[in-house]
Design a protein around this ligand. Structure first.
Ligand code: AMP
Length: 408
């Protein structure tokens, strides 16, 4: 497969283009097309883009290109670039991509995150690194212990800025920034721009190139969405019934709480269905193993909470199931976007109980669509979609009506 002229014209070296080709990319994604040339010129960048847009390559390829053009012996405990990412999984994904794209360039990289021993991380940093990918907590810990010196930092990437905010990491991020030199090239990526991130971006970026792709409200049309209304007590039965269908081959199931996730796993193991859960109470090793097994098709159902799963790039998810609707309507778009990737077909099923009427309405507004309830499932229960707001008077009238109905 050959790569398009658009890739050849971005200003990347032969070696990087070969790696891009090796990965099977033929045309640059819009964010790569718009971000790579100005980044190679040293410009700051504000990227409004989410995972799935190809943003990792959009910032990794220029860093690798610039550093391979201008090789430096990095001093002990110094780093030439820092990429901050909110979760261990995302940080690992980024560093894996950097290793792949940069294979043959002999640039050094390391990922550091909490929940694992510091020894190997400290050893790698001591040698000096071209690229350090880190989560904020562990990075601050390493800074506090005097393992890092940013005086020669050239490039800083803040990835998933709005997710940092959602996860309560913004304070830590600002602390990290306070250790960085003012003169550097800065890239900030965020799926949305809440005011706190807007403010951070304007403090941090100097005359940035702005690239906006793939609006938060967009849902690709390869995803078929189904809303199943039912009684809460029937959710487990409906899940079991759905899993009798072998076409549910690779199911990412979202639920609200860690406790809920563990209960679902218990239930699935009884059937038995191969499954695992990822949430913040699981050890790092367990989470990585669960993801890897799911990627390789060794387990059929991966149960996840929003935070643990956001941004995770898994191909060939046949179904996303929302065991609960998410509170935040944007999460609905994120969740179902884990299926139907790269032009493949995907099905997103949401279990809907009456108390979630408002949430469903909010999702409709955020995703600019109108749902119809799909009654084609064994536990269907009729609820009106948008429960009308009732004042006390009309509630009273309603109760009377119901009473007279039940007498009939
Ligand atoms: P990201 O948004 O960086 O997490 O990337 C999402 C997915 O898109 C990853 O699986 C990448 O390997 C893939 N990808 C990145 N760039 C391209 C491209 N130009 N063509 C096809 N796939 C790509």
């Amino acid at each position: 497969m050959s790569i398009s002229d658009q890739f050849n014209k971005l200003g990347l070296s032969e070696s990087l283009l070969n790696q891009v080709k090796e990965k099977g990319y033929t045309v640059p994604t819009p964010i790569q097309l718009q971000a790579i040339p100005p980044l190679l010129e040293g410009r700051d960048l504000l990227g409004i883009a989410q995972t799935g847009s190809g943003k990792t390559a959009a910032f990794s390829l220029p860093i690798l290109e610039l550093f391979s053009r201008n090789r430096q012996t990095v001093k002990a405990n110094h780093v030439r670039s820092l990429i901050l990412s909110p979760t261990r999984e995302l940080a690992t994904q980024i560093e894996n991509n950097i290793k792949e794209y940069g294979s043959g360039l002999e640039l050094s990289s390391k990922v550091v995150f909490g929940g694992v021993g510091k020894g190997p991380q400290v050893d790698a940093i001591e040698l000096g690194l071209d690229i350090l990918v880190a989560t904020p907590g562990r990075l601050l810990d390493l800074i506090d212990r005097g393992h890092l010196n940013f005086s020669e930092l050239e490039i800083f990437v803040l990835d998933e800025a709005d997710m940092m905010l959602d996860m309560g990491f913004l304070g830590d991020v600002k602390k990290v920034i306070s250790f960085l030199p003012t003169k550097k090239q800065t890239l900030l990526f965020s799926a949305t721009m809440p005011p706190a991130i807007e403010e951070l971006a304007s403090d941090l970026l100097i005359n940035p190139v702005k690239v906006k792709v793939n609006e938060e409200s967009s849902i690709v049309d390869t995803i078929e969405q189904k809303i199943y209304s039912l009684e809460k007590s029937n959710k487990g039965y409906l899940l079991n019934a759905l899993l009798e269908d072998a076409s549910f081959s690779s199911v990412l199931l979202f639920c609200k709480t860690k406790f809920g996730a563990d209960k679902i796993i218990e239930q699935l193991e009884k059937i038995p269905v191969t499954c695992a859960a990822i949430h913040s109470r699981k050890a790092q090793g367990e989470r990585e193993l669960a993801l890897e097994n799911f990627r390789q098709g060794k387990i059929r159902v991966l149960v996840a909470t929003d935070i643990a799963a956001r941004g995770i790039d898994i191909k060939n998810v046949s179904h996303v199931i929302n065991y609960n609707l998410p509170e935040d309507p944007k999460s609905y778009i994120h969740r179902i976007g884990r299926t139907g990737r790269a032009g493949e077909k995907g099905i997103a099923i949401s279990f809907y109980v009456e108390s979630e009427a408002k949430m469903l309405k909010n999702i409709e507004v955020a995703s600019k669509q109108k749902f119809t309830i799909d009654s084609n499932q064994p536990f269907h229960k009729d609820f009106s979609l948008a429960a009308p707001k009732t004042d006390k008077k009309s509630k009273g009238k309603q109760r009377k009506k119901n009473k007279s109905k039940s007498r009939r």
